[in-house]
Design a protein around this ligand. Structure first.
Ligand code: GTP
Ligand code: MG
Length: 195
């Protein structure tokens, strides 16, 4: 798939603010700072489209982007960021879960985990939740430029084991720095939104 256009559509906190469900969409979930916004930018080759930051918790709203006028990409706020008050964290959880549960036009979810770390309890809960609700899911290990091939081979096993990755589920290695994994992601997106 060739990316021709990519544009910001809107930000929302609740369903009232979501755009209409007339296009299929794909969402990105994962811990704060895991690289969701950077991945989206690399995918569509537009540097500043989704705001990125080295400070966790940058994306606090659900951001919708329209690609090729054919589908939407959805940047969800990161979970697991310790430095926010419990009340705010609970609200984030509700916002993410409310979106994932009720969005009819959602065709699939990429769950991002940092390739260098063992997935957290929250990563596991999120993955189990997606399985439970039978949301088509692909796990993406981000920042893979930070590991050697050897290290990645080892970490891949750790991630699969910790998440109890379902045999039918893919684990894609991705780097927003080098573009590794971009073609694979685009193939999955095509499959989800163009069939
Ligand atoms: P929140 O919006 O806070 O949930 O974070 P996010 O998941 O959107 O992460 P973001 O894309 O803002 O990236 C966080 C930090 O990781 C930034 O400093 C990025 O430059 C860095 N980063 C993201 N992807 C990669 C990657 O593939 N390789 C390297 N080396 N750094 C990356
Ligand atoms: Mg972000």
């Amino acid at each position: 798939m060739k990316i021709v256009t990519a544009e910001f559509v809107t930000s929302a906190v609740n369903p009232g603010g979501y755009p209409p469900e007339d296009l299929p969409e794909v969402a990105f979930v994962g811990r704060s700072n895991v690289g969701k916004s950077s991945l989206i930018n690399k995918l569509v080759n537009r540097r500043g489209l989704a705001k990125t930051s080295s400070t966790p918790g940058r994306t606090q709203l659900i951001n919708f982007f329209k690609v090729n006028n054919r589908f939407l990409l959805v940047d969800l706020p990161g979970y697991g960021f310790a430095k926010v008050p419990e009340t705010v964290r609970a609200k984030w959880g509700q916002m993410i879960e409310g979106y994932l549960k009720n969005r009819e036009s959602l065709k699939g979810v990429f769950q991002l985990v940092d390739c260098r770390h063992t997935p957290t309890v929250q990563d596991r809960q999120m993955y189990e939740w997606l399985l439970h609700y039978q949301v088509p899911t692909v796990v993406v290990a981000t920042k893979v430029d930070k590991l050697s091939n050897n290290q990645w081979a080892k970490q891949q096993a750790v991630i699969k084991k910790t998440l109890s990755l379902a045999p039918e589920h893919l684990l894609i290695a991705f780097s927003a720095e080098t573009g590794r994994g971009r073609d694979e992601l685009l193939q999955v997106i095509s499959h989800w939104v163009l069939t």
